[in-house]
Ligand binder design. Sequence first.
Ligand SMILES: N[C@@H](Cc1c[nH]c[nH+]1)C(=O)O
Length: 374
Amino acid sequence: MTDVDSSLLPEGLEDRLPREAAATTRVMRSLQDVMHGHGYDRVLPPMIEFEKSLAARMAGIQSRRMFRFTDPSSLRMMGLRSDHTPQIGRIAQTRLAEAARPLRLMYAGQVLTIKSDGLDPAREKLQCGAELIGADNVAAATEIVGIAVEALQAAGAKGVSVDFTLPDLVDTLAEKAFPLAAGQIEAVRRELDTKDAGGLRDAGGEAYVPLLYATGDFDTAIEKLAAIDAGGALASRIAALRDIAANLGGAARVTLDPSERHGFEYQSWFGFTLYADGVRGPLGRGGTYRIAGGAAGQGEPATGFSLYPDALIRLIEADEPQEDRLFLPLGHDREAAARLRAIGWRTVAALSADDTAQALGCSHVLDGETPVAA
Ligand SMILES: N[C@@H](Cc1c[nH]c[nH+]1)C(=O)O
């Protein structure tokens, strides 16, 4: 082991230095203020839990993307959370099982994955979101999409747009409208994911090809989707999407990509992805889902979203206001300094006669009881 190893961080992990940490604090606070304001209560699950309980509650959770290890103490398999949503589901179904529904919970913290996602090399990310437990209808989806958009805007995101999707689209259509053999479903999903019309035909999914073109600006794309849906299998979903989009009332641009499944491992009939100007890649996503178990044994309905604000933080970090700092010389009036801190000043006290306002990056100096420009 060389000295270099002890000062390097593993790939995809980073320190946040003061400027970025300050922007992070500001963004996380703005996001949480909005969710809190809409009646969501924060809960703080642990970073690590039994792998089984992280993976078991939501169908499709990819535990292979999770950091896992054997707990030296219990010898049981543990996992580091890669997503808060299953943890919130666990809390809702255990300690808060008796709490009134709908139950509104929010969270903010770090999540980790072994492999980074797409172009973004980060393996540790901030995740902040809200889960509305007990409902997965249009009203719940409208509230959740609206809060997600409002939170991003409050944190400084410009030009927010929302891309709607129907995560269980293929299953719904394959049932009757565009029947597929059990063995074909996976292939059709895969070709839709790569948006490959030729591949889709080869996989026996000719009927699904028009879905590739029902994308883009919501108002036109939803018309195309309605035209494809001759049998009416999607009618209730289409009506619901129209409602959610209308209820958003122009707060964000809305687009549709009905067959988009990337990142929607456990969502059911409704999913959405959030974008903003100047940020490459999504800033968050959400949708409806079911938490396995629950009173009726068929899973409890829920709707929620998760924001990944790191890219937004990097974008607006440069605008982080330079804060004033007040230099406190040796022997300064401590009470005056305390009074100034109480009204919002940040002070930096000299430790020795060698310290100066300039060397410590201070904009002001305490002169008697008054701050004067340095
Ligand atoms: N946790 C999901 C998003 C989500 C929250 N609630 C429902 N879906 C994600 O990070 O992709």
